[in-house]
Design a protein around this ligand. Structure first.
Ligand code: SAH
Length: 236
């Protein structure tokens, strides 16, 4: 058997892990050994008596900055070069489903969670870190971003999702947003389930879902719609 997909998280708050990833789908997969999680306390790599991990910003200004030497020591001790080294950062490249899938297909990942104002720039450069952002907003630390990234990856690992196919029709996988879902009751506050979905005609259902996916994408995400059309409708 292959080694389990392995995540190493470098953080000042290791007790935040596995957190929500210890429950439900990801938690069961963690317990059964489909993936492994090692949360490492960056503070263990501080060298002074007070275990200092941060300093005041050079040039002045508010807040504190994580020290390059301490972060580098943590990376050098815990990171294996066979894996991507990602610093969660609002300045990073936006996380996409394609990046998530590529991570799931690899051996694992090392995630570095910032706190305070972020990291000393020199360690980002010196360890050639890939900066990845969750979106255009600012968290108080990288930990929630690391949890979100891992959640997205783990559900794609072989054997984690119940129906293997259910990953493929989802939002972004085909370049489109997903079609709307319905379930019982047949009538909810006067609203009926679209007739086609109870017709039993599988071809009609497929056509309707496809049209809805295209309509939603066009209306809500013109950027995705444009890309979808340019990419030659790769799901066809
Ligand atoms: N001063 C920084 C923000 C620091 S927020 C700036 O303006 O760019 C503290 C930490 O939270 C960061 O080091 C990063 O690890 C994490 N973080 C904040 N927002 C994030 C986002 N959108 N995506 C990923 N990580 C984020």
């Amino acid at each position: 058997m292959n080694d389990a997909w392995a995540a190493t998280v470098l953080t000042l708050f290791p007790e935040m892990f596995p957190g929500p990833l210890g429950l439900s789908l990801a938690g069961r997969a963690l317990a059964s050994g489909v993936w492994k999680l090692d949360a490492v306390d960056i503070r263990d790599f501080a060298t002074d008596r007070h275990r200092t991990v941060d300093g005041t910003p050079s040039g002045g200004g508010p807040g504190m900055v994580m020290r390059a030497d301490v972060v580098a020591a943590a990376v050098d001790a815990m990171h294996s070069a066979a894996k991507p080294l990602i610093y969660l950062s609002p300045r990073g490249k936006r996380l996409t489903q394609a990046r998530v899938r590529a991570l799931a297909e690899g051996p694992g990942v090392t995630l570095l969670c910032g706190r305070f104002e972020g990291l000393d720039e020199r360690v980002i450069e010196a360890r050639a870190m890939e900066e990845v952002s969750l979106g255009d907003f600012v968290l108080s630390g990288g930990e929630p971003a690391a949890l979100a990234l891992l959640d997205a990856v783990v559900r794609l690992l072989p054997g984690v999702m119940g129906a293997a196919a259910s990953g493929e029709e989802e939002s972004f996988e085909s370049g489109l947003l997903e079609y709307p879902h319905y379930t019982r009751p047949q009538v909810f506050e006067g609203r009926e389930i679209p007739e086609v979905l109870t017709s039993g005609d599988h071809a009609r259902v497929a056509r309707w879902r496809r049209e809805e996916a295209e309509r939603l994408t066009r209306e809500r995400r013109p950027d995705l719609w444009e890309k979808f059309q340019k990419d030659g409708r790769k799901s066809d």
